[in-house]
Design a protein. Structure first.
Lengths: 412, 375
């Protein structure tokens, strides 16, 4: 998109990219000088018109349960027990629905321990750490897990979560230590999954897959959530080994256990995306507009198939990213990078977001968008941190290998 | 999306995973008009339902009738948590209308209001915001403050619930100079515009003879040549800059940018193998029209204030001219002094033009075919 005709360090800061200018010129041509996202406010004419549908009714069992938890908490707001119960319930609702508001309600329940000093109970620390990682504040989350483990060295949950956070920020030695600790604490399948995921990132996908598959076979009676998790890890490792059939079989087995799971759907849809099976994705994600990442996958597939909803879904994503930008959030940087790359023809903008995301989290999907955007923006040097990471870890992943090869071709 | 975290969420919390979803925001737009502040506040119906309850019949659907019945309660709840002040005294808020609007995550109650303050709100005002912070610390108030032609945005959070607005009396004059500065800046970093001008100016201290370029005898003809070239370039790009900025004409930037590169290429080639001699001002005029579109795209990136369109346009344009004159002021005396040397006539004029032509050809290829040749 760009011929770099305005050199100098200040130029990039003062003058937006050619692509941004192209868009601006387009907007100018259309007479849109500023962002005009919202429709005009209106006054409904019919009292019976439904203006908003709530996710749950006040009489739903979940709402009654929440009302009861709130009542107990309100009677003694400084008691850790009821506060943690309420916060955990809200947090699990956030995970279930993908609705960020519930994490806010969870934080409000823990308001009594908002500011140090004063001793904070272990359970409060762990929930606070989970909430911190949810908003991608990994440094804060690690501090809180460290504090929880210092108080309670046998806390499996804190160890497993700390491993997960360290995995995201590529501190692999720390992950190994926590996986080992989980094994010592007697959670063999969880520990094997933890280690397998790590090994599969460090170039030993084959052995990791076999070990985890064997452990799952040995523990057929494991609780369903643990089985679901294990199957999803197996699917991911199979995909990296290039065994797409096995990956799909694991995803399908996992979907049999629980079919309304957003994470699982996203991972499965990603596999289908790599295989360009667009109609399958449309069928899978038709009802999942509420989640940004699923909506992105859906819109991409709809566009490839050529369904009429594709444009409306792209517009919805565009306005969600604009809203997040107003707020100053960067949680969606990775999704937005894909969106800029594929829907806005803005590889430079996509690359900037992908690198911003890479600075915070370093997993294969984070690497993939950096490579894709750097290739599209013809800026191979920008992808150097990711190429270094690939070389250092020895990660096996057919898609990343393909992109890395293309990258090497352009730099040669 | 976070791989293993997502997986662990499945495992340790619930059989469902965390994926980003829009958090709670309200949109507060304020416009200072003398001692008054006109406002519009969009608050999510879901948040109001959680805070004060709207769904009277508990059927999970909020109707317009249910909202209307709660209009007073909504206004009372919201305005107990928003204070607008001038000189330390609260402004008196009166709600003027209740409407509905939709945002990317659902429907919002829209409260329109007027706030009567005791002092000029445009000069200095304070906003204190506490809506929903007790119920949801991740809630944010997204503020847009407008006074005159100046728009300020801000995010109100539990850690930063108050904002001071310092209306630094932005005058037309200040705005004019701000755009003029941008104009100067743009010509200075706009190497393609500079090279075009330099290519046309290089032969100004020379005259065309049957045996090629020969030095001029006096300063006056050289000066006159420069004036003609610079003036016609200026007039031409002012015309298209204005037309484009006023949205009367627009060209795709790829065409504009390619044509600008072509103009540099032709101007440089003309110095090596002259085709146009005294009429270089015509060339300057014709291609100046194209450069004007290039300037316009920068101006539209800066954002044009609707109510001060002319100020911004004239300021930016004059800034471009000032930047241009500075280049001429440095170039002309040096060129005049060097005009008899072989260095000037062979190396600078021919060699320099060849380098410029090569550069311009590369830009042209890049821009026309969307390539990246130069670093």
């Amino acid at each position: 998109m760009n011929g770099s005709t305005r050199p100098g360090p200040a130029a990039s800061a003062a003058v937006p990219s050619r692509a941004a200018r192209l868009i601006a010129a387009g907007c100018a041509a259309a007479g849109l000088w500023g962002p005009t996202l919202e429709a005009a406010p209106f006054r409904p004419t019919d009292d019976r018109a439904v203006i908003e549908r709530l996710p749950t009714r006040p009489t739903d069992p979940v709402q009654r349960e929440l009302a009861e938890l709130r009542r107990i908490h309100a009677a003694a707001p400084g008691e850790p027990g009821p506060a943690v119960d309420l916060a955990r319930r809200y947090f699990s609702l956030a995970l279930e629905s993908g609705d960020m508001r519930y994490t806010g309600y969870a934080q409000a329940a823990l308001a009594a321990w908002r500011r140090p000093p004063g001793p904070v109970p272990v359970d409060v620390l762990v929930v606070k750490a989970q909430l911190a990682q949810y908003r991608h504040d990994f440094i804060d989350a690690l501090k809180l897990f460290d504090a929880a483990i210092a108080l309670d060295p046998k806390n499996v949950r804190a160890h497993a979560w700390r491993a997960a956070v360290n995995m995201v920020i590529a501190r692999y030695d720390a992950v190994r230590a926590d996986c080992t600790r989980v094994r010592e604490l007697g959670e063999a399948l969880l520990a094997t999954g933890c280690e397998a995921y790590l090994d599969a990132t460090l170039g030993k996908a084959g052995a990791a897959y076999d070990a985890l598959a064997a452990q799952l076979k040995a523990e057929q009676g494991a609780r369903p959530t643990l089985k679901l998790w294990t199957l999803t890890v197996l699917a991911e490792i199979a995909r990296r080994k290039g065994d797409m059939a096995a990956a799909e079989a694991h995803y399908k087995a996992a979907l049999q256990l629980e079919n309304s799971d957003q994470y699982l759907l996203a991972a499965y849809a990603e596999l289908l995306t790599h295989q360009r099976r667009w109609p399958d994705i449309v069928a899978l994600l038709r009802r999942w507009e509420r989640s940004d990442v699923l909506l992105l996958q859906l819109a991409r597939a709809e566009r490839a198939v050529g369904t009429p909803e594709a444009n409306a879904h792209a517009a919805l994503l565009r306005s969600r990213f604009a809203d997040a930008a107003l707020r100053g959030d960067s949680i969606n940087a990775q999704d937005e990078a894909w969106f800029r790359l594929e829907f806005e023809q803005d590889p430079k903008g996509a690359l900037a977001l992908a690198l911003q995301n890479w600075a915070i989290q370093k997993e294969p999907r984070d690497a993939e968008i950096v490579l894709e955007a750097a290739l599209a923006a013809r800026d191979p040097s920008a992808a150097k941190p990711v190429m270094d990471w690939l070389a250092r870890t020895g990660l096996e992943d057919p898609r990343l290998a393909e992109l890395a090869a293309a990258m090497k071709k352009t730099t040669r | 999306m976070i791989r293993l975290l997502g997986l662990l969420l499945l495992l340790l919390q619930l059989p469902q995973a965390a994926l980003a979803h829009k958090p709670s925001d309200s949109y507060l737009a304020l416009q200072a008009q003398g001692q008054n502040i006109a406002g519009q506040w969009d608050i999510a119906l879901r948040d109001l339902e959680y805070a004060i309850g709207l769904d009277a019949d508990g059927d999970g659907a909020i109707t317009w009738g249910e909202i209307k019945a709660r209009h007073e309660a909504i206004a009372a709840y919201a305005f107990a948590r928003l204070k607008l002040r001038t000189e330390g005294r609260d402004c008196e808020v009166k709600v003027t209308d209740h409407l509905i609007d939709s945002h990317s995550d659902g429907s919002y109650a829209v409260l329109r209001f007027d706030a009567a303050c005791s002092a000029q709100a445009a000069t200095a005002a304070e906003i204190e915001y506490r809506l929903f912070f007790d119920l949801d610390p991740t809630h944010r108030g997204l503020l847009r403050w407008q006074s005159g032609s100046v728009t300020t945005t801000g995010v109100l959070s539990p850690d930063r619930p108050a904002l001071q607005i310092r209306g630094e009396e932005t005058t037309r004059l200040a705005q004019f100079f701000a755009y003029a500065r941008e104009g100067v800046w743009h010509i200075w970093i706009g190497i393609d515009h500079i090279l075009f001008l330099v290519s046309l100016l290089l032969p100004a201290v020379l005259v065309a003879t049957a045996r090629g370029w020969a030095p001029v005898d006096r300063f006056a003809p050289a000066m006159w040549d420069v004036v003609k070239v610079v003036t016609s370039f200026t007039v031409a790009h002012s015309i298209t800059l204005s037309l484009a900025a006023l949205s009367i004409i627009s060209l795709p930037s790829r065409i504009t940018e390619t044509a600008i590169a072509l103009s540099v290429l032709l101007a440089a080639l003309n110095n090596i193998r002259p085709v146009v001699y005294e009429k270089r001002w015509v060339v300057a005029f014709l291609f100046g029209l194209i450069h004007g579109f290039g300037f316009a795209s920068v101006l539209s990136d800066l954002g044009l204030p609707r109510e001060a369109l002319l100020t911004a346009l004239v300021g930016f344009n004059l800034g471009v001219e000032a930047g241009q004159l500075a280049i001429v002021a440095v170039f002309l005396p040096i060129a005049y002094r060097m005009r008899r040397t072989v260095l000037y006539r062979r190396i600078i004029l021919v060699g320099g033009s060849a380098i410029i032509a090569a550069l311009a050809a590369a830009w042209m290829a890049e821009r026309a075919f969307d390539l990246k040749l130069l670093g």
